[in-house]
Design a protein around this ligand. Sequence first.
Ligand SMILES: Nc1nc2c(ncn2[C@@H]2O[C@H](COP(=O)(O)OP(=O)(O)OP(=O)(O)O)[C@@H](O)[C@H]2O)c(=O)[nH]1
Ligand SMILES: [Mg+2]
Length: 329
Amino acid sequence: MFGFKSKPPTPPPAPSAAEQSEGSLSLFQRLRAKLNRGDSWLTYDLANLIPGGKIDENVLEELEMRLITADVGVETSERILSALRKKVARNELDNLDALLEALREELMDIVRPVQGQMVIDSKYIPFVVLVVGVNGAGKTTTIGKLARIIKAAEMKVMLAAGDTFRAAAVEQLQVWGQRNDVPVIAQATGADPAAVAFDALQSAQARKFDVLIVDTAGRLHTQSNLMDELKKVKRVMGRIDPDAPHEVLLVLDASQGQNALQQAKLFHEALGVTGVVLTKLDGTAKGGIVFAIASELKLPIRYLGVGESVEDFVGFEAAAFVDALLKRE
Ligand SMILES: Nc1nc2c(ncn2[C@@H]2O[C@H](COP(=O)(O)OP(=O)(O)OP(=O)(O)O)[C@@H](O)[C@H]2O)c(=O)[nH]1
Ligand SMILES: [Mg+2]
């Protein structure tokens, strides 16, 4: 679920969603079951719309509506449909299977370029991951999940409790630390988050940790003073290692639809996001936001959160994701 530079992984990282086919229900199957529920998703009942088996404007309009209501966004949906319309005009799509295959290709073209693992470069000691996002997006939970897979790859990982604002935020991170048996650097609530990050980086460097993950308090992308605070956290770590943080992970709640796209734009402007995690894809989210982010921002999508527990976490794989949305049982 992440790559390595300079140093081979031992043992290999956790299996990808597509690979986890054994066991009661694979993550891929679960993702698919959640995203492809009943009449809520793309291909449900599409066949019934095609009385003579013919793809016409009604079918295309229905498909466009479904893309938009699945959070793909108007602009991206229009782009997909215009490509499909051209094919229909050339008589290349004369049945549902051909239409679905063409749709699959269009969706793949959008997400293939944003599939990219987080690469932990061992030339950095530690490799620093700064985790940001709005309140309740799933930052702290994502850190717990990430710490687990990094530890499983036999790397030394430390957590920094940079959320000094919300009551109990430090304790929440400490619980994840205990669960994964990884150290958590913390200060009292109300401390300067930049100071916490600075101290943690110094400590992780001195103790030769492979990875440091810095939690931060949730904040709205529109609160410029709080966005400035994050810039300071970033800047201060840069004094110890000019390249740190080496990954700025933006955590987005996929069920927030188009608002998540707006968040991504502003966090990226402020901090230079290098990777996105989409959480809560097991809930009411329809998954289309992945395409909106890929097509409009072109930011790498690293991981998907598909539940609250530590194993509900998969590396983003374009083909597995698109298939989870399109494939009929
Ligand atoms: N269903 C589901 N719930 C999730 C997922 N990720 C996180 N959660 C839940 O979302 C809630 C908020 O998660 P946190 O990790 O505390 O979010 P946060 O971004 O750190 O929140 P703040 O620190 O308050 O900004 C918790 O109840 C988590 O269990 C997910 O992938 N699926
Ligand atoms: Mg948190």
